[in-house]
Ligand binder design. Structure first.
Ligand code: ZN
Ligand code: ZN
Length: 754
């Protein structure tokens, strides 16, 4: 008999002991009973019961329950992944059982087999398939002619014939066909011996066996300019060893071409590549760019997949059936046995940091993974975060700059428009309307950025001044006119838009401020001859809406594009020559020291979406603070200069990356209770050398869903010391916090104070 240490998905910072009749490999999933619930845990340690140490440490073996079913023959996690997960749990001070659960694909969090699921495919029967592949008109064959009276059956047979011929495949996934035709229709044609069904396990064999080494050696990229060549040569000279590379490349400077050329070298070595991208940047165009260059299937992981689809990619990656995986944050957990390189595109993007549960940063985890595996990691962006830039400037990362745009396109100049005491129409100043008119009448497109969805951010009573607040958050609710609703953008609660003031009953309610919905309406009035398209999360619901809209924009079906954050990421609009950013002032006076950095990134990213070689763009910022040093620096010298100056300021103020922060948050309906908990932490940390605390104080989002939110900022100039101190206090703190039943969290290397 052996004792197993099992990581169980519960919020407790330890593993639990169970017994089993024989040793199990570490990383295998097992069913266990925990507090009379059946849970799926993972074996993290296995010891011989007879060993003295085991007995001494864990007491009588009779105390431990036996495990239930063993779910895997082969461990889900390799040894190196298990140790990485232990590192994650330690570094982010998160319970190991929950860390391991985060790393599992959803489908494997349940007691489900980890054997690959057979994929059901439908094909034409062999005799018809042969004719079809030879390019004969299959509809003229007897079986098809016989079907012509049954329209749907005929359509289905034609669908399968066309699919297998166009894509040169043996069959079509049944799930895919079921999106268009019913199961009974499919079964009918199987009975009539027109179609056959087969169950396939994943394609066997490695991805590179199908292509051979010459295939990749013969792929030639676009001609690289001098800067690109330096980066490509530099990275390729250091494959098969750990190294971090930052590619600081202005938009349009050809970062992706650098990625593609170094990826090709890695594929030639028969190694796999993992590419992480921001959620919004993962479009079908991105994926097809990789697929068409390399002629191999690319595994894609994003939040829109079903558990089954996600698991399939997980299997394909793990069995080395695919060479490239592109995905968003959690794709970092994909098992890639032959991993040879990691690329993080748009490394500045906040979506790489998980903001609940295990608050890990995928970039930082990727760096640890690369180090463990002894492989290179490439970070690319036009606007590196100051933490990354600092590491590059101090030599921890190798730094490549791409400052030339392809085809010598000029970088869009940025201009400020002073909106002080200007008569605004729908938030737009006369000067802004003039430049828009100029660009539009030249047949170009204009892009307006406004960071507020809905019609208006507040509804106010003009009799008594009462503002319609969210009762749970104490914040004004946003008026969404199209749905006649008031929505709280913090907690998403909504009510029917009122006709009367909630305080005095008066009916003269007015809206305050401008949101996308109102601006869209306004632009229709101001520029009736041009078509305006609104792009925000309200208007872009549905799977293909966004990519269809972008397509329509590039075909110039719309002249004015208006939208939120979605516009800032990834998409390029070559007919846009004028970018207007409506309101930049909020970030200039934020309590978050990162707000100016984020604003500068946003402005640079949005400006970069516009123009091309023969049609340079320009960007206009509306502000009441045209003299503000940050804006002046950004406008005159660009992000690179701004960021280096901002780093200098951070150093003066001893802020990250020159110090290491942790934020403890506590939320409760009674503010005093949250404060008390944080006071307890502060007390544990008093008189510790080189550790300072700030707070307890309200978070930037002070109240959400009836809970008052407070934080304690802990910082130290030494990362190791911070770790040691957290290790020392976390058990006491967690114990106290769990006992008091207050909602709390710990956020190591936080990126905001919300
Ligand atoms: Zn009123
Ligand atoms: Zn709310």
């Amino acid at each position: 008999m052996v004792i197993l240490a099992i990581a169980v998905p519960v919020p407790l910072r330890k593993t639990f002991y169970y017994t089993h009749t024989k040793p199990l490999a570490l990383g295998v999933r097992v069913e266990v009973v925990f507090a009379s619930r059946a849970l799926v845990g993972v074996v993290v340690d296995c010891m011989d019961l007879l060993a003295d140490i085991a007995l001494e440490q864990h007491g009588e073996p009779s105390k431990f329950k036996p495990i239930g079913t063993v779910l895997d023959d082969v461990p889900i996690f390799s040894q190196s992944w298990l140790s990485l997960l232990h590192w994650l749990a330690n570094y982010y001070q998160h319970p190991i059982g929950e860390v391991i659960q985060t790393a599992l694909p959803n489908a494997l969090r349940k007691a489900q087999s980890s054997q690959p699921i057979p994929i059901s495919t439908i094909a034409l029967v062999p005799s018809l398939a042969a004719l079809n592949i030879q390019g004969n008109d299959i509809t003229q064959t007897v079986p098809f002619i016989n079907l012509k009276r049954a329209q749907r059956q005929f359509a289905l047979a034609c669908y399968v014939a066309a699919k297998t011929q166009d894509e040169d495949v043996d069959g079509v996934a049944k799930d895919e066909i079921k999106q268009h035709f019913s199961t009974s229709l499919i079964n009918n044609l199987i009975r009539k011996e027109v179609l056959i069904e087969s169950h396939q396990y994943l394609r066997s064999g490695c991805w590179h066996d199908q292509k051979g080494v010459e295939h990749f050696a013969n792929i030639s990229g676009l001609p690289a300019n001098v800067e690109q060549s330096i980066a490509i040569t530099g990275i390729c000279a250091q494959l098969n060893q750990f190294g971090c590379f930052l590619i600081e490349g202005i938009t349009g400077s050809g970062k992706t071409e650098v990625y593609l050329q170094v990826i090709n070298k890695v594929l030639q070595q028969r190694q796999q590549v993992l590419i992480l991208v921001p959620e919004i940047g993962l479009t079908p165009q991105t994926v097809s760019r990789f697929e068409s260059r390399f002629g191999i299937q690319v595994g894609v992981l994003h939040s829109g997949l079903t558990d089954k689809e996600r698991l399939t990619v997980w299997h394909q990656a793990r069995l080395n059936h695919i060479g490239i995986v592109i995905g968003t944050r959690s794709a970092i957990f994909t098992p890639l046995p032959e991993l040879g390189m990691i690329i993080i595109d748009e490394e500045h993007d906040d979506s790489f940091k998980q903001q609940d549960g295990l608050r890990y940063h995928a970039r930082d985890l990727a760096i640890m993974l690369a180090q463990k595996q002894g492989i290179p990691i490439v970070l690319g962006t036009a606007t590196p975060v100051l933490e990354t830039l600092h590491r590059a400037m101090t030599g921890k990362f190798q730094h490549f700059k791409l400052e030339q745009r392809a085809g010598d396109a000029a970088v869009a100049p940025v201009h400020l428009i002073d909106i002080c005491q200007q008569p605004l129409q729908f938030g737009l100043a006369p000067a802004t309307l003039d430049v828009m008119q100029t660009h539009l009448s030249q047949g170009n497109q204009v892009l307006l950025f406004i960071n507020r969805r809905g019609y208006a951010p507040a509804v106010v009573c003009s009799s008594c001044g009462h503002v319609e607040d969210c009762v749970a958050c104490d914040k004004p609710m946003t008026y969404h006119k199209a749905q006649s609703r008031m929505v709280c953008h913090q907690c998403l609660a909504h009510v029917i838009a009122p006709h009367q003031c909630g305080a005095c009953g008066a009916t003269d309610l007015i809206t305050q401020g401008i949101g996308t919905e109102q601006l869209e309406q306004g632009l229709g009035e101001l520029f009736p001859q041009y078509s305006t398209i609104r792009i925000d999360s309200d208007s872009m619901r549905g799977k293909h809406t966004l990519s269809n809209t972008i397509e329509a924009i590039n075909q110039r079906q719309h002249q004015i594009l208006l939208g939120t954050q979605i516009l800032a990421k990834g998409h390029h609009f070559s007919h846009v020559t004028c970018v207007v950013i409506m309101d930049v002032d909020g970030a200039l006076f934020s309590a978050d020291f990162r707000a100016p950095e984020k604003l500068a990134q946003l402005i640079t990213q949005i400006s970069g979406r516009a123009g091309r070689a023969d049609k340079p763009g320009e960007t206009f910022l509306q502000t009441t603070q045209p003299g503000h040093p940050l804006l002046q620096d950004l406008v005159n010298n660009g992000y690179g200069h701004f960021a280096r100056f901002a780093l200098h300021e951070r150093e003066q103020a001893t802020l990250p990356p020159f110090t290491y922060q942790v934020v403890l948050r506590a939320e409760d309906e009674i503010p005093q209770r949250a404060i008390q908990l944080l006071e307890f932490a502060r007390h544990l940390l008093t008189n510790m050398k080189n550790i300072s605390t700030l707070g307890p104080m309200p978070c930037l989002i002070e109240k959400k869903q009836t809970r008052h939110r407070y934080m304690l900022i802990i910082q130290s100039p030494y990362r190791d010391l911070r770790q040691k101190v957290l290790d020392a206090i976390i058990d006491d703190y967690a114990h106290y916090a769990n006992k008091s039943r207050i909602r709390w969290s710990i956020d190591v290397d936080n990126i905001d104070f919300n």
